[in-house]
Ligand binder design. Sequence first.
Ligand code: F6P
Length: 361
Amino acid sequence: MKRKTRIGLVTSGGDCQGLNAAIRGVGKSLFQYVDNIEIFGMYDGYRGLMERDYKFMEPSDFSGIIAQGGTILGTSRQKYIPGKAIVDKDGNDMMPAMLDTYNRLNLDCLVILGGNGTQKSAKLLKDAGMNVITLPKTIDNDIYGTDQTFGFQSAADIATSVIDYIHTTALAHSRIFLVEVMGRDAGWLTLTAGIAGGADVILIPEIPYDIEKVASLIEARKRKGRTFSIVAVAEGAISKDDKILSEEERRKKKDANPHSTISYDIAAQLERLTGQEARVTVPGHYQRGGPACPYDRVLATRFGTAAARMIMNREYGYMVGVVGDEIVKVPLDEAASRTKFLPVDHPLIQTARDTSTSFGD
Ligand code: F6P
């Protein structure tokens, strides 16, 4: 009798829209094309793999989930010691137990859906001898080797809609409004939502800002009769002054800052410099919630079905990505090697500048 093909599914790190569409793509495709397939869904990411806490998945588990937000398997963040280990909350190396589960279940491959950190930790699993295929998920769009990650477009839609809604109240009250957008240390999400929402100023980590320049732009707008201004602020935005500080100095300054996020700090400075009232809106995790937009559902389905094809061909050690409109296999070593920050010469930055949007530089 033909040997069974046994697959483990893991969703790891912060959730985002499209995870269930990707899971569905993997499962539906494998059940359709592979005889004797067994799929084990690990609960809460690497925790489930370590503690052998999993669900034996039936074909019906992959139905009716394409529009569902979050992940049907649950997820968790684990501490990653760069290039060395994934550790549990007590600081213990999780690898021996994860390898043990992999061997006991006699898995052929783990399909790991995750962001930037997960690509790095998945590489450790590969280096420990496990067959691994990863899928790029994150609202940050900062994974190297793929033009786009699933989750990004859905979050960009939400952040844009927040900016749209803020416009009307900003206008009614003649206020400066700062909308803080997620994205960790990369500016993709803020730039996209800022352009789409028609923000007057976009502050991203890759282009350090000068607060005086932001204030004079707002004052110039006021002189022209534009009594409100919208500033899209990336959570990782940084001023020119802070950029030249050492990491230690920056950390100390952050610890001493009474404001919980950077936008409140910028708002206080803008009020002082312009004399205009400023308010802050932080949509936060709302940007990661709810159903995926159609674009992300399709992209995640393409990634999931591509992973299933790679399993059938026994092509392991890759992240599935998209370059242009083509699905590609990116060696995991490459995908995990660096973060994809927004290049400062990216054409979208010029597009924003061409419509008089300032980056405060
Ligand atoms: O990486 C995705 C992301 O949403 C970032 O944009 C954000 O900085 C971070 O995760 C928030 O992490 P947590 O969900 O652990 O608060």
